[in-house]
Design a protein around this ligand. Structure first.
Ligand code: PMP
Length: 405
């Protein structure tokens, strides 16, 4: 792997100061910073070949379409999908999950059916299913988690019934850091013929993801959490299911033929890409995937795990800090509270020290309620963070404690 100094030099924003202090960015689970090559790739589109994709017969449109389809192929190979047709560009994880909730839901969910989710889902993997259940008279069932924040596998098994029509589960919890055994969950669901959707928003950026190895039927992720820009996401779906599902949005590009009486839909993946997609962001995402592939996903993962262990030990060394979520397998996310100090107050003081952390419920209210909490402070690390930054965080936390003493 490149040395950390040159990695950090790839990210212009990391050289910034806030309030006259060096920026320490520890909010990577909310969104990651962008390397110069991704910024350049997006700039390059607007400077050199901006035109709508799949529409024009002219040179610029051809170039944009070609780059867009190359980006699709890049995503396919990155997650090891079988076919390019199984890769649908959406607006983000939220967009991808809603697409499945409407489209799969329309076709397959009926009154009395059950959808299994876990207690540590992001709101994006709860609310679309609730909305679907309201439309169809179906029901959500929730897989409980233990005190470490890991799902209880035996309880999962007990919840599967002949009414279960989908398992929708996160690969990793944004609120607690728990890495969920998605492959085992998928295998078990498939034993009963139940399809599985995986929310990969917090999983894909931390290691190698192979959708065929996991075996999942749908996989969703966001470009902005994996060093690409906002406004782009991916929905992977197995071809057979995508073929059977109706489109969830109508408009340009998703059609073959339109009359006032009848429309025939386009082939995959275009059937699910109505209107002008965020093609510059898709092309930027492909560059981001190249960038992290060049760094090496195994090296990224091992560096991040070292940072996680270092930060966990540092925070455990502060008596007033209580970490929530101690699963054996974790992404580099640490959620914690400081005894007697509100998480917002702590977050605001840390901010003034140049340290960006997230505070609140992390869009996972039920996950925090499981631990009797309304919020935490969340530190989320990635490969460009350093142990020095973690030291400064620990000093900052001690300062917060002194101020409130
Ligand atoms: N799922 C998880 C686990 C997340 O962490 C997030 C973002 N915090 C989302 C879904 C939603 O992602 P987006 O807002 O990019 O659609």
């Amino acid at each position: 792997m490149k040395d950390i100094k040159s990695i950090r030099n790839d990210f212009p924003i990391l050289q910034k100061e806030v309030y006259g202090r060096k920026l320490i960015y520890l909010d990577n689970a909310a969104t990651t910073q962008k390397p110069q090559c991704v910024i350049d790739a997006i700039n390059n589109i607007y400077l050199n070949f901006n035109a709508n994709v799949h529409r024009g017969v002219h040179a610029l449109s051809d170039m944009a379409s070609e780059e867009y389809e190359k980006a699709r192929e890049k995503v396919r190979s990155f997650i090891n999908a079988a076919k390019k047709e199984e890769i649908i560009f959406t607006s983000g994880t939220t967009g991808s999950i809603n697409a499945v909730a409407f489209s799969f839901g329309e076709k397959y969910i009926k009154r009395g059916d059950e959808i299994l989710i876990s207690h540590i889902e992001h709101h994006s993997n709860i609310v679309p299913w609730q909305m679907l259940c309201q439309r169809k008279g179906a029901k959500i069932k929730v897989i409980p988690v233990d005190d470490s924040g890991q799902i209880i596998f035996e309880e999962y098994l007990k919840l599967i019934t002949d009414k279960t029509k989908l398992v929708a589960i996160t690969q990793a919890s944004n609120a607690l850091g728990t890495e969920v055994p998605v492959k085992e969950i998928t295998e078990e669901a498939h034993r009963h013929g139940i399809p599985v959707l995986i929310d990969g928003a917090q999983g894909i950026q931390h290691g190698t993801t192979d959708v065929r190895d996991i075996g999942c039927d749908f996989y969703a992720f966001s470009g902005h959490k994996i060093y690409g820009s906002a406004g782009i996401g991916v929905l992977y779906g197995k071809e057979k299911l995508l073929e059977e599902m109706p489109p969830y949005q109508g408009g340009g590009d998703m059609i073959k033929n339109v009359t006032f009486e009848k429309t025939t839909y386009n082939d995959l993946p275009f059937k699910f890409e109505a209107g002008t997609t965020n093609f510059p962001a898709a092309i930027g995402l492909a560059r981001a995937l190249d960038y992290i592939s060049e760094l090496g996903l195994k090296d990224i993962s091992s560096r991040e795990q070292k940072l996680l262990n270092y930060a966990t030990e540092k925070l455990q060394g502060i008596d007033e800090v209580q970490i929530i979520g101690n699963a054996a397998l974790k992404i580099p996310v640490i959620s914690f509270n400081i005894k007697g100090i509100h998480h917002y107050d702590a977050g605001m003081i840390l901010d003034k020290l140049g340290i960006a952390v997230r505070t609140g419920n992390h869009c996972a209210q039920p996950a925090l309620e499981r631990f009797g909490l309304v919020g935490t402070i969340r530190v989320s690390l990635c490969f460009y963070n350093t142990t020095e930054e973690i030291d400064i965080l620990a000093d900052g936390i001690k300062k917060v404690i002194e101020m409130f003493a």
